[in-house]
Design a protein around this ligand. Structure first.
Ligand SMILES: Cc1cc2nc3c(=O)[nH]c(=O)nc-3n(C[C@H](O)[C@H](O)[C@H](O)COP(=O)(O)O)c2cc1C
Length: 347
């Protein structure tokens, strides 16, 4: 299993870079129009997009979403460059699934990124399905300790597992296992999807187990069904292509979840591609916006290339805040009144 987990992470990076259509570019956020202010009554220079989360202050609500790690120079380089850039720009960062570190000790180094990002909000990552497959609270603690993370992402990926030839598809009893583990470890647990979305029914189940952080990770961006289609045995790619747009679009998932109790913190990811998409996700109730695939190319180049991309996103975000007449971030969260059109009829 060890070598295969590592090889899979490398293959995923190659597929994402080689197949532009693995980004579904559904632009669901483009269907939402915001209420422009001709008289914003704020000074652009005074706008403060910073946000506090889990005891850390971020310069604006951006998360470099969980992607990779493993025993290979390219994987170490991606995580190192992302971590350095996250530290310089004060944004959050997640590492990819750490399952590989339990079977392949040489992979551990790629996850030990705290040295590059001493102040950064960092997230460890494991597949929740592994809790039905031999992983327990000890593994989760070890993953958090290696990253020296502030929190742990447990990802849900039933679509990917169903399409993957070697997929783990026994999701029976998983909600309760997630609850048990989250109560046994000290770090906060954030449940995320990987691009097919979390529904209102899923969220209710998670809340019942005491989960308080959810990243909806909806459809519209990276499609794991399509990525896995590339890895399917000859003649079996059709299933992954058929399901490539399956899932709940990110803005729809946010709307389904934003009535949940005020104690729940929502993150958004999946198809967020610029600062305006980020603003719309925040208006719909998210406190943090994750972007994954757009960081791969710059991360393979240098920390500076990643920083450049983050700074562009920040300028876009601040410009949109200005044009909405919003001076500080808390005034932007969950503000459906800032939406001009009838979103329900458009999404
Ligand atoms: C190359 C790549 C690898 C990923 N690996 C993981 C992973 O290991 N764990 C995880 O929770 N999500 C993983 N994701 C999913 C992202 O964190 C994110 O939720 C999803 O891709 C949607 O964001 P995007 O449309 O901006 O890519 C990965 C995404 C990409 C592009």
């Amino acid at each position: 299993m060890s070598g295969s987990t590592n090889r899979r992470k490398l293959e995923h990076l190659d597929i994402v870079r080689g197949d532009d259509a693995s980004d579904r570019c559904k632009a669901y956020f483009d269907r939402i129009q915001l209420r422009h202010r001709a008289l914003p009554e704020v000074n652009l220079r005074d706008i403060d997009p910073s946000v506090e989360l889990m005891g850390k202050r971020l310069s604006f609500p951006l998360l470099i979403s969980s992607m990779t790690g493993g025993d290979h120079d390219a994987l170490r380089k991606v995580n190192r460059n992302l971590a350095i850039a996250a530290e310089v720009t004060q944004v959050g960062m997640g590492v990819g699934s750490q399952r590989v570190m339990f079977s392949e000790p040489a992979a551990r180094k790629s996850f030990a990124i705290r040295q590059h990002a001493p102040q950064t909000l960092l997230f460890a990552n494991l597949g929740a399905i592994q809790l039905n497959n031999g992983c327990d609270a000890c593994h989760c603690r070890e993953a958090v300790e290696l990253v020296e993370a502030d929190a742990l992402f447990l990802h849900l990926n039933p679509l990917q597992e169903a399409i993957q030839p070697e997929g783990d598809t026994n999701f029976h009893g998983l909600t309760a296992r997630i609850g048990e583990v989250s109560r046994e470890i000290d770090a906060p647990v954030v449940i995320k999807e990987v691009g097919a979305g979390i529904s209102g029914a899923d969220a209710e189940q998670l809340l019942g187990e005491g989960i308080r952080y959810i990243d909806v990770a909806g459809s519209g961006g990276t499609s794991w069904s399509r990525i896995e289609a590339h890895r399917a045995p000859a003649g079996q790619a059709d299933l992954g292509v058929l399901f490539q747009d399956w899932g709940i679009p990110t803005p729809v998932a946010l709307r389904q979840l934003n009535h949940l109790s005020p104690g729940v913190t929502l993150f958004a990811s999946g198809g967020i591609r610029d600062g305006i998409d980020m603003i719309k996700a925040i208006v719909l109730g998210a406190r943090l916006c994750g972007i994954a695939r757009d960081f791969i190319q710059p991360a393979l180049l240098s920390p500076e290339a990643v920083i450049e991309r983050i700074e562009a996103l920040r300028r876009e975000f601040v410009t949109a805040m200005f044009l909405l007449g919003i001076q500080s971030l808390p005034d932007l969260i969950q503000r459906p009144d800032l939406i001009l059109n009838d979103v329900d009829s458009r999404l």
